[in-house]
Design a protein around this ligand. Structure first.
Ligand code: A3P
Length: 345
């Protein structure tokens, strides 16, 4: 009987053994593949082959994942506590200048793992209604950050608004202030172009730049025109200097940020006492866009919106010459005060 059953038994044992070995092999393979799925070194991707010192992995995860959830308000109190997240008042503010490259500067600084940016322009200090809501309202507008990170916001209207320096001083008298400037005539034309686009969108007619920038009665530069006034950088800066010493400002060359962003960003890192983390890997030239775009890691790149880098209208060369002559003495004063000289005509 046993003799008869032996082949059947052997067959059963063989099937069971095969199943056991198969399961074991499957488990080994699965564990191996799970290991490979772990983000072992996404940091290399972020900072490229020359990647400098180690950046905490949590920072990367935070920036790309958790932060998004928290912004949407999906974070639980427990998650916030667990990750030591805080909403901090800014340690540095990009106060202007409008059309100087403020968005590019903020986005590029945000490549730094120790920087978090307020995505929207908050307009807390220049808007009386917002200011009346109080500093807690402002703080709650800030993104979540880790304790080792600094928060930066940008609202370019701050630079030219009378009340702002005193208000910022009252919040934090040792805050760091960033001003990004461009050649003043180009900046004024860029400013005009933005307003023109808004008018065209609403099907409104608008004046030519020449008509606005030059007073038709005197044929002189029209200093009442806002785009001209904003470009008199020294006048605005002098108001700020009543509250803050010059050491608390850093001037960024907006024209150079377009053509050669890295050295400008490295100067800002130094000013903010941040370790150098932004590298050439993070910035690549996009020929279609005609600008540098941002590379966060191997999969995540972004260029600025199309509203940045508009084509400027042609402006009468004699008007350009007149404006440049007009800005010249103000520029000299600006170089003198800031200690930074530009090749503006
Ligand atoms: P133009 O539209 O005149 O070209 P702001 O963000 O302060 O409004 O400044 C807008 C300007 O940022 C643009 O002015 C553009 O030239 C400049 N800029 C600098 N770096 C840029 C970049 N990497 N991508 C797009 N625009 C950039």
């Amino acid at each position: 009987m046993l003799f008869k059953q032996q082949p059947l038994l052997r067959q059963k044992l063989f099937v069971l053994g095969s199943l056991a070995i198969g399961s074991l092999l499957y488990l080994v393979a699965r564990v191996g593949s799970l290991d490979r799925l772990q983000p072992i070194c996404p940091i290399d991707g972020r900072f490229g082959p020359h990647g400098q010192e180690e950046i905490p992995l949590r920072t990367l995860q935070f920036k790309r994942g958790l932060l998004h959830e928290f912004r949407k308000g999906n974070a639980t109190k427990e998650q916030i506590r667990l990750h030591n997240l805080v909403q901090e008042l800014p340690k540095a503010i990009i106060i202007g200048v409008r059309k100087g490259g403020t968005r590019a500067l903020l986005e590029m600084l945000n490549l730094h793992p120790a920087v978090v940016k307020a995505s929207q322009e908050i307009h807390f200090f220049d808007n009386d209604e917002n200011y009346a809501k109080g500093i807690e309202w402002y703080r709650k507008k800030m993104p979540f950050s880790y304790p080792h990170q600094i928060t930066i916001e940008k609202s370019p209207a701050y630079f030219i608004t009378e009340e702002v320096p005193e208000r910022i001083y009252k919040m934090n008298s040792s805050i760091k202030l960033l001003i990004i400037v461009r050649e003043p005539t180009t900046r004024a034309i860029s400013d005009y172009t933005q307003v023109l686009e808004g008018k065209e969108r609403k099907n409104k007619t608008y004046y030519k730049f020449e008509q606005l920038a030059i007073d038709p009665n005197t044929c002189e530069v029209n200093t009442k025109y806002k785009a001209v006034r904003t470009s008199i950088y020294t006048k605005h800066l002098e108001r700020w200097l009543k509250y803050f010493p010059i050491e608390q400002f850093h001037i960024v060359d907006g024209d150079r940020l377009i053509t050669e962003p890295l050295p400008e960003l490295q100067l800002v890192e130094k000013f903010l006492n941040l370790p150098p983390r932004i590298s050439q890997y993070n910035l690549y030239f996009n020929a279609t866009r005609g600008f540098y775009c941002l590379r966060f890691n191997i999969v995540f790149n972004k260029c600025l919106a199309g509203s940045k880098g508009r084509i400027h209208p042609e402006v009468d060369p004699s008007v350009i010459t007149k404006l440049r002559k007009f800005f010249h003495p103000f520029n000299q004063k600006f170089y003198q005060i800031t200690g930074r000289t530009f090749n503006w005509p």
